[in-house]
Structures are given as C-alpha cells and as structure tokens.
Design a binder for this molecule. Structure first.
Ligand code: HEC
Ligand code: CU
Length: 484
C-alpha cells in the first residue's frame, strides 16, 4: 500500500510549509535578535537538585556559562520498602536545574561515570541544533563530551537522554529542566521551587517490596505503576514539603519528563495568579489547573494569602492518591478569616496516604562467599545479581529489547556454548551475533563481577525462562578466563 501516491505533490507541500516556518522565524528575529547578543566573561553555572533552583540571573550580562553534568546510574528509593535503579543527570530525578539567560553561550560537558553500564547523551529542548545536542553528546561510561550552544529563546525547557531505547532512558529518570531567563531576568518573587513529574513502570505492582526492574511491556502499554513528583513517592510530603509564609509569592518551575503521561497540574486550595503557558512567553491569569505535556514545562506563580497545607497534585486524581503524584506546600502565618473562615478538618485530603501500604522488607545482610552452595542457593543469589546487573538491558524475564539487547530467554546462542557465554560476561561483547534468528550488532559492556558471582548469575540464567538448565561452577569461569 502506498499512502503518498504522488510524491512530487508531497514535496511541494513540505516546501510550502517550511517556507512559512522560515518566514515566521525571520520576523521574530528582527525584534529580538538574541544571536547577536555579545558575551562578556565566563562563569561556572551553579546546578541544584530538586526542589531547589539556582539564584536568579537578575540583570547580569550574557556570559560564557560553563555547565558540568555527571550521569550516575544508582539504586534509589521509589517508596518505603521499594527501590529502583535510577539513571540520573547529576544524581537526582529530575536532574540538576540549569539556569541561564538569553544570549548566554553555554559550554556543556557531559560526563558518564565509569561505574555506569550504558552510554547516554542529552537532548536539551533549549538548544537550536541537531538533536538538541544529542548527536554531539553521546558518551560511553568513563568518558566525557563537551559541546556548546547559544540560548536564543527565553523560556523553561525540558532536557532528557535520547539514547536508544529512548523511552527506557527517560522512564529510568533521565530528564530535567533548563531555564532561559529573558533580558533583565524574570520578576522577583519570594520563593522558587523545582518540581518534575514522571511515570514509572515496574515488574511488581505499586507497593511491591524490594528492588523493582523496569517493565518494558507496561511502559509500551502506558500502564504506570507509579506517577510521582521528583522521582519518588513522598518527595514533597511531610518533612520534605515545600514551605512559604503568608503574603509571599511562590513560583514553581514545573516540568513533565513523562515518558508517557501528560499532567493536570493543580494545587488544591490555590489559584495560579500567573501561568507561563507551556513554559513560553504567553501569560495566562487566574488558572485552576494547567496541562503540562510530556516533554513540556510550565511556570506558575501564586501569592499565598492564608496559612495551611496545600496539596500539590496531578488532578488525574487516582494518580495522586494511588500512584504517588502528591506533594505539599506548607504555609505558615496568621489566619485571615475574611479570606477563609477556617472550618478546617485535619488531613481531609490525604486519608489514603500517598501510596498503597507495603510489607516491610527483611533487610538481611548479604551471604558471605560460600563454595558449597546448593543449586537452589546459587539460583537465588544469581537472580539477585541479575536484577542488579543484567536486567537493565536483557530485561526482567530475559526477553531483551528488539533491535538493542538480545534475549537470554530460550536463547539458542546462550544454550549452544557455555564457555562462549561466560566469556561474554567476562569480557563484554561487540560485533554481529545472531540470537534466535535475529541479528544484533551492539555493545555489551564488560561486567565487573567475581568468578563466584558469574557462576551464580549464569546458573540462574541457564535455569530460567526455558533455557537448558546448565549449572555453572567457579571452575568453569576459571577455565573461560584461562583460554582465549
Ligand atoms: C549494557 C547493557 C548490557 C548489560 C548490562 C548486559 N548485557 Fe549481555 N548483551 C548486551 C548486548 C548489547 C549483547 C549483544 C552484543 C553484540 O551485539 O555483540 C549482549 C549479549 C549477551 C549474551 C549473548 C547473546 C544471547 O542473547 O545469548 C549473553 C549470554 C549475555 N549478554 C549475558 C549477560 C549477562 C549474564 C549479564 C549480566 C551479568 C549481561 N549480559 C549484562 C547488553 C548487555
Ligand atoms: Cu541515557
């Protein structure tokens, strides 16, 4: 079937559309012309983790702004008793907040920590250039890349990793915000905060205890187990709540990393006095709920007139009370009975808590190296290692990811040759291989595991998902090490 029957017509259409776009761009540039703003001097950017933002730019001149960002893959808490391996820009989800002004020349260095397992890059929506920087910033573990760009458009922009499989990198927490302030800076306010929403997909359902792996199937189905602010349940509640005093103006830089869901952003009991729609220059006033698209952002501002706890939610409300998208702003100060009579019922908005109750984990310490393990013990230890080390690529049930990571489940390649498989784990693997009739030409990084751990993880893999039940011993790993 050929949808585009007449290709020449299609191209004429495209040409007309692109001419229109060029036209708009030119008329805009005549009034602003940020490309011609000269820079004076160099400064290091101060980066902050959420919910904080760096100091405002005020009326400083445009500068060469040095940004150093480090990618870290690390285990963190999703909710009490549940952990997840997050991939982060700067060690937090969302990643470090970057604050610039229009006309800055940003020199961006992206470093990928040597303990990380995967290559990454960064696509900043504030960048005018191929891939928003992604093509210039692709960086392997233990390396760094530097590129630079000029900030041409004021606004609040999302940045994210754009390494394949892109959805998976974003789902694991690789997103953040970069603010480009206009000439002279944004108007001064009393309090500024940084919130970003994200949806997470785990093999166990919401509240299932222990380390949870990413679930590709649920991600594709957009069936989120967690929808949260700032990477975890409870990041903005209780002692972590945002704070303000009566009479202050609060500005929230709110982004949505997705990967899938749009956010109906709302603060219960407040009205946004000002909303920079979609993080751009258009200001709306007196807004109850603002829609933040996946890969988009918004700036909201409101004056807090009465004391109390104001609940911040995604007003797609089951997400707030059952999946985690709930935060708090605690406002201190004197009551104003003319504004609010104060017939207040404590806790009326969080009777269900932020999440489903979970069983406590046993927290047993790891077993010492034991050379006399039973097959069952080896499989149990191997499963634990698999979840920590291999699942990021080969997935929870060894199903792999089409086009990127080969399956280990019912893998003909794996089952055909134990020594070859052990060597892959010992040394890593690049180049073409065919697994179950499909060709892969990708990179598996060298795994840093002891001989004992390799024996356990391989035993687990061979005894799972329809594989041939080989038991791998330390002596097999030593044999693989000594032969080439
Ligand atoms: C960073 C992603 C990544 C991690 C982590 C990873 N692998 Fe791999 N693995 C790959 C890729 C990619 C290939 C294919 C390499 C190629 O195309 O040459 C591969 C291939 C394999 C193969 C051979 C092909 C097959 O499907 O049978 C085995 C066996 C294997 N990996 C086992 C493991 C085990 C066990 C672990 C954990 C200890 C692990 N891998 C961790 C990415 C990874
Ligand atoms: Cu990435």
């Amino acid at each position: 079937m050929n949808i585009i029957k007449d290709k020449s017509k299609y191209f004429v259409g495209l040409l007309a559309a692109s001419m229109m776009l060029v036209g708009c761009g030119e008329s805009k540039k005549k009034t602003i012309d940020p490309a011609s703003i000269q820079i004076t001097g160099t400064m290091d950017a101060v980066l902050t983790s959420p919910p904080y933002v760096p100091e405002s730019v005020g009326n400083r001149e445009a500068k060469k702004l040095i940004v150093n960002m480090e990618i870290l893959e690390e285990e963190g808490t999703m909710t009490d008793g549940t952990t997840y391996i997050y991939w982060t820009f700067g060690g937090s989800v969302p990643g470090s907040f970057i604050r610039t002004r229009v006309g800055d020349e940003v020199e961006f260095t992206l470093s990928n920590h040597p303990d990380n397992k995967l290559p990454h890059n960064i696509d900043l929506h504030a960048v005018t250039g191929p891939g928003g920087g992604a093509t210039s910033s692709f960086v392997a573990p233990g390396h760094s890349k530097t590129f630079s760009f000029k900030t041409l458009n004021p606004g609040l922009y999302v940045y994210h990793c754009a390494t394949a499989p892109v959805g998976m990198h974003i789902a694991n927490g690789m997103y953040g915000l970069i603010l480009v302030e206009p000439e002279g800076g944004l108007p001064k306010v009393d309090k500024e905060y940084y919130i970003m929403q994200g949806d997470f997909y785990t093999t166990g359902d919401n509240g299932a205890p222990g380390l949870q792996a990413f679930d590709m199937k649920k991600a594709v189905a957009e069936d989120a187990d967690y929808v949260v602010f700032n990477g975890r349940v409870g990041s903005l509640t209780g002692d972590n709540a945002l704070t303000a005093n009566v009479g202050e103006t609060v500005r929230i830089y709110m982004g949505n990393g997705g990967p899938n869901l749009v956010s109906s952003f709302h603060v219960i009991g407040e009205i946004f006095d000002k909303v920079n729609i979609e993080g751009g220059s258009l200001i709306n006033e007196n807004v109850q709920t603002t829609l933040v698209p996946s890969g988009g952002a918004v700036i909201v501002e409101f004056k807090v007139d009465v004391p109390g706890t104001f609940i911040i939610v995604d007003h797609s409300i089951f997400r707030a009370f059952n999946k985690g998208a709930l935060g708090m702003l605690k406002v201190k100060g004197a009551d104003d009975k003319t504004l609010y009579s104060g017939v207040k019922q404590e806790g009326i908005y969080n009777p269900e808590g932020g999440t489903i109750q979970t069983m406590p984990t046993d927290g047993k310490p790891k077993a010492k190296v034991n050379t006399n393990k039973s097959l069952k013990e080896k499989i149990a230890l191997g499963k634990n290692l698999y979840t920590k080390t291999c699942f990021a690529c080969h997935q929870a049930n060894g199903e792999g990811i089409t086009g990127a990571f080969p399956p280990l489940a019912k893998s003909d390649y794996l089952n055909a040759d134990v020594q070859r498989a052990i060597k892959i784990v010992l040394h890593g693997k690049t180049g073409k291989i065919t697994v179950n009739g499909t060709e892969y030409n990708s990179v598996m990084t060298k795994q840093t595991l002891t001989d004992d751990e390799i024996a356990d993880v391989m035993t687990y893999v061979y005894n799972s998902w329809g594989n041939n039940k080989t038991e791998v011993n330390v002596s097999d790993v030593m044999e693989a090490k000594s032969s080439h």
